[in-house]
Design a protein around this ligand. Structure first.
Ligand SMILES: [Zn+2]
Ligand SMILES: [Zn+2]
Length: 252
């Protein structure tokens, strides 16, 4: 009882010191508001309409099954979904989350990601959640790997176990921003490895913050399949809309 009381006092004090703020405009939220203020809620770029059957990017109409990228290039993963397009308010929000230590946005992001993937999970049946790894040096500099934190939240919300250390980043890669698709793939080659020789699960849900060309997902899927996984799915917070959005926030 005492513990509960202490916890609620602690939460109260924390809320006074760090009141919850809107993930989009960063204004202090009202008492019963969560994640996003009512004004920004309307402009959140949620992916609601038709999306690519493969990678989840928005497509022009229902008759278009795959996005331009997925029609042109094969992928190592089976399918993926994204909660938002990587535009406007979300782009700025992700920037603050990564560069201004706004980890307080992550629970809202994770809830949105779970909503975006909820109808797929019964079909995908992932046995494990793996975050896209970050090189230890980069993680030390930032203090956290946002994909890892998102994966933890998603695991709590879905009940699917998460293994944070299974997929590892073993090579620090050059900035991807100015690279084309082929160069990105070359850059990422050999950048990831799995811990241990056998993996013990067949169906994996990868978690990352931003999807652009898919080369990171492909590299992760390739490594996992080489180690014995059979089906790789993913959920990301944001997806670049197309060619023009091919710029990764990690390089900003
Ligand atoms: Zn707002
Ligand atoms: Zn696609």
């Amino acid at each position: 009882m005492k513990e509960i009381h202490n916890k609620s006092v602690k939460n109260y004090l924390l809320a006074l010191l760090y009141p919850p703020r809107c993930v989009c405009c960063d204004t202090i939220l009202g008492l019963h508001e969560k994640g996003c203020c009512p004004k920004c809620e309307k402009s959140l770029p949620r992916i609601k309409g038709s999306s690519c059957m493969k990678c989840g990017k928005p497509v022009a109409g229902q008759e278009q099954e795959y996005c331009e990228d997925c029609r042109k290039y094969p992928h190592e993963f089976e399918r993926g979904r994204a909660a938002f397009t990587y535009t406007g308010a979300m782009r700025r929000s992700v920037y603050r989350m990564k560069h201004d230590n706004r980890r307080d946005y992550l629970p809202f992001y994770a809830e949105e990601m779970v909503q975006a993937v909820a109808s797929e999970l019964p079909r995908w049946k992932p046995e494990v959640i793996l975050p896209i790894p970050m090189h230890p040096r980069r993680k030390r500099r930032r203090g956290y790997n946002q994909s890892e934190l998102l994966a933890e939240h998603i695991s709590r919300l879905t009940g699917i176990p998460v293994k944070k250390k299974f997929l590892r980043c073993v090579k620090q890669t050059a900035a991807q921003k100015s690279l084309n698709r082929k160069e990105r793939m070359k850059n990422l080659e050999g950048s990831m490895a799995v811990a241990g020789e056998t993996i013990g699960f067949k169906r994996v849900l990868l978690v990352d913050d931003v999807y652009t060309t898919g080369s990171t997902m492909d590299e992760a899927a390739k490594v996992l399949k080489n180690a014995g996984a059979e089906s790789i799915f993913f959920i990301v917070l944001c997806s670049g809309k197309g060619k023009k959005a091919v710029c990764t926030i990690e390089n900003l």
